[in-house]
Design a protein around this ligand. Structure first.
Ligand code: ZN
Length: 409
């Protein structure tokens, strides 16, 4: 009887044939004896995370896999990032992604990341709790120059423009309402006041004077983008009837997805979402977690970042590196289902996410396995699951666990 689930998502794992790899994808070309063994014992298929012809973002793809349709629950990246830095969101909050950057006296952006500042705790603290026109700003530091930002109060809207143009040299834009509602206009007006006030506070902060003396760029502006309103959403464990769920991820966005859905976050030393991330530590933590949690979400990032750089050799090498440790995951007990897949393809050729489907496998004791020879895009297309969508994953998980409700008599 399957009682627990470990979902392992390798970001951007899927890819397209590479000429230099004899027209195999990095996953197909990589030597992966351990993934292949798991695959031969699994039920396999291909998955269009958001559906055919839809090019997934990482956030929307994950929400889909976990059973939260994008059109219902996705209002922007802001709420997910804010959840990831530990802000407990409430219905009606409007959240943003924030960067501490450097502007000149005319608010021209000199550096969007304040010289890639490593820790913005002091700066976030200086702004946390500011109130303007009855709206409270909650600001928590994220990794490096990033921050999660939440506006809390009555009558807010996320239909406002970005102040951050993404281009250095441009000046910070005045925020405007992107619809005609009173809420959007009010939110824009509060944000413009906040920018003025926060610039004054940050620009005069002792910490920035010290940075200036050291010839470092001041972190004197909080650039905001990705506004989203926090929707009322059911907790993952309640939606799918699990006792408890946890998330093991290095990247802020993925921790955010976990926290957004109410999962506990487990931090692993050295899990940094970079190529030298602590794969072994994360796999071991995942196995440990299956002893306490009945749902474990494990995420690995670099397969995506390497493909976004067009680095197909690096992607192949990283897949082979993961393969060395994958047998750790196979140490789960007989009550645990392992699902291995990707959130989307990232094509080295395009250096971008693509809508090509990704391989997916379901590995559990007693599963009707397909005996496939290799974990790869085209081999998995021969699997008995056929072609599924992200929204099919959780129902399939429940089926394997014997928890699906009966339709009819
Ligand atoms: Zn992704």
């Amino acid at each position: 009887m399957i009682k627990k689930v470990l979902v392992f998502i390798m970001d951007g794992l899927g890819d397209r044939p590479i000429k230099e790899f004899n027209n195999k994808t990095p996953l197909e070309y990589a030597k992966t004896p351990n993934f292949d063994k798991l695959c031969s014992e699994s039920q396999c298929g291909l998955m269009y995370t958001l559906g055919r012809g839809k090019r997934p973002g990482s956030d929307t793809a994950h929400l889909s896999i976990f059973g939260y349709p994008t059109d219902e629950y996705y209002t922007g990246r802001g709420p997910i990032e804010a959840a990831g830095v530990g802000i407990k969101l409430e219905g009606g909050d409007v959240a943003f992604r924030g960067n501490f950057g450097t502007v000149d006296d005319n608010w021209n952006v000199i550096d969007r990341r304040a010289g890639r500042i490593k820790d913005v705790s002091v700066f976030a603290q200086a702004l946390d709790g500011i109130e303007i026109d009855g709206i409270k700003f909650i600001i928590k530091p994220g990794s490096a120059y990033r921050a999660g930002v939440v506006m809390r109060g009555k009558g807010l809207s996320s239909n406002v423009s970005n102040a951050d143009t993404h281009n250095e040299g441009d000046s910070v834009q005045e925020v405007v309402a992107t619809d005609n509602s009173a809420e959007a206009k009010f939110t824009a007006s509060v944000l413009n006041k906040f920018m003025k006030k926060s610039y004054e506070i940050l620009n005069n902060l002792e910490e920035n004077k010290i940075r200036e003396q050291k010839n470092e760029l001041k972190a004197n502006f909080l650039l905001l983008r990705g506004a989203g309103i926090y929707p009322k959403l059911p907790k993952f464990t309640e939606k799918w009837s699990f006792e408890n769920a946890c998330c093991i991820a290095g990247g802020g966005l993925y921790k955010g997805v976990g926290a957004f859905l109410g999962m506990d976050l487990i931090n692993v030393p050295g899990a940094n979402a970079q190529v030298d991330t602590n794969i072994e530590g994360k796999f071991k933590a995942a196995i440990e977690a299956t002893k306490k949690y009945d749902f474990v979400f494990l995420h690995i990032k670099p397969t995506d970042s390497l493909a976004e750089d067009g680095n197909y050799i690096g992607k192949r090498d990283f897949i082979e590196k993961m393969d060395k440790y994958v047998s750790i995951l196979n140490e789960v007990d007989d009550e645990t289902l392992i699902v291995i897949t990707a959130d989307h393809s990232t094509a080295c050729e395009l250096k971008a996410h693509s809508a090509d489907p990704v391989p997916i496998l379901f590995h559990a004791k007693g599963i009707r396995n397909d005996n496939l020879a290799k974990f790869g895009e085209r081999e998995c297309s021969k699997g008995s699951l056929g072609v599924i969508e992200g929204k099919d994953v959780m129902p399939n998980v429940l089926n394997i666990m014997g928890k699906l409700p009966l339709i009819g008599a």
